[in-house]
Design a binder for this molecule. Sequence first.
Ligand SMILES: [Zn+2]
Length: 168
Amino acid sequence: MSKIDNRTPQGPIRTRNVQERRHDPYKLRGKLKEPTVCPQCGASYRNGRWTWDEITSDEADSQLCQACQRINDRYPAGELAIQGGFVASHKQEILNLARNIEEAEKNEHPLNRIMDIEDIDDGLRVTTTDIHLPRRIGEALNSAWNGVLDMHYDEEGYFIRLVWRRDD
Ligand SMILES: [Zn+2]
């Protein structure tokens, strides 16, 4: 005889807390004072979020934002490899697009930034301070020039890696 399943649709359903596994090692423990200003980039923290608002108060706390911490540690949260024969012949356009996307993203979200752009075998490697920007750039590349976009998200490690590729 099979066990009776007496769970009702209204009953508690146990799901694993996915959020809990997304462990960002740079997430702040505890609360920041408000306002706080990052002495390195000038971003300011108020009303629970980082912005580019200028804080004139002398009362502001001074603390490095997570993006600057990652930059100083050279510890990216995301990476986008841009590869294939197309890249060499369109390098400047690709760089311009990546920078434009970063600019727009960083305006809205001060902690989302490009960390480095370096030449690699067969293309470029863009590293970022956050896990969203590589995807935005990858998707922009894809909608501008097609190609193939692959994404790998490592939930445990809080790290995203994308590869955009176009060969001709
Ligand atoms: Zn900063």
